[in-house]
Design a protein around this ligand. Structure first.
Ligand SMILES: [Zn+2]
Length: 248
């Protein structure tokens, strides 16, 4: 009597075929992010006792920047690793913000801020990069979180960003072009100015200002949500456009 090996049932055969296909195509070996994924750090400006431009008590700049960062992250995190310097209403020292990006070895950092009426409109945006390595911390500013003792062989923390000035300027220009291609903005400026939140960033970094807060004015929540969605979509698209020039 010859022992006949029973045929596997249909479900087992289908599962085996699927596993074989996935293994052959390498799909089972995929990491959490594609190999070309970038590490992007978004820095919602202000926080805690530092409200930034105040929009009454309802929606200050610190809330605007956090909501915007979360919306941009939601649009990018399927393809990239996106980290926020803060995810709650907490105060952060400038050096701590840059340190998050440095620690992650991020590919780029974008600090998010809003402008204040009457010097803006909802269709203006400004992109800034850091230029002045001789910047003095203004008298009375908090130095909490800033390193005080430095290795003699290492550049001072506040001179880290200046080494990336060329790349940051290029990033700013690329973002401007892409934001200009969207229907969200009529006017976008690019400027180099001393930027405390970025001076310790050891990577390409810019500060982007979008939106136009009207102190003490109440804005319809639906209008505000729609504006944030537009800004987030334009910025996420601009970041994607700028990445190939930054990721090795
Ligand atoms: Zn601000």
């Amino acid at each position: 009597m010859v022992a006949i090996k029973p045929l596997p049932n249909l479900r087992t055969r289908l599962l085996a075929s699927l596993l074989g296909f996935l293994t052959l195509t390498g799909l089972l070996l995929l990491p959490a992010f594609p190999s070309q994924a970038a590490v992007i750090v978004l820095d919602p400006g202000h926080g805690g006792n530092d409200s930034g431009a105040d929009r009454g008590n309802k929606f200050a700049e610190k809330q605007f920047t956090l909501a915007l960062a979360q919306k941009i992250a939601a649009l990018l995190e399927a393809r990239h690793r996106v980290e926020l310097t803060r995810t709650a209403d907490v105060q952060m020292a400038p050096a701590d913000r840059a340190a998050v990006a440095n620690h992650l070895g991020a590919d780029l950092m974008i600090s998010l801020h809003a402008a204040v009426a009457p010097y803006c409109s909802d269709r203006t945006a400004a992109v800034y990069y850091h230029i002045d390595e001789r910047l003095k911390i203004p008298f009375g500013s908090s130095s909490k979180g800033m390193p005080t003792e430095l290795d003699a062989d290492q550049p001072a923390w506040n001179q880290l960003q200046i080494q990336h000035q060329h790349q940051s300027q290029h990033l700013a220009t690329t973002l401007k072009q892409s934001l200009g291609d969207s229907d969200t903005f009529d006017s976008i400026s690019v400027s180099g100015i001393p930027l405390v939140p970025l001076m310790g960033a050891d990577l390409p970094a810019v500060l982007v200002e979008v939106g136009c807060l009207h102190p003490a004015a109440s804005t319809d929540p639906q209008t505000l949500k729609q504006q944030l969605d537009w800004f987030a979509a334009s910025l996420a698209n601009a970041i994607e456009t700028a990445l190939p020039g930054l990721v090795p």
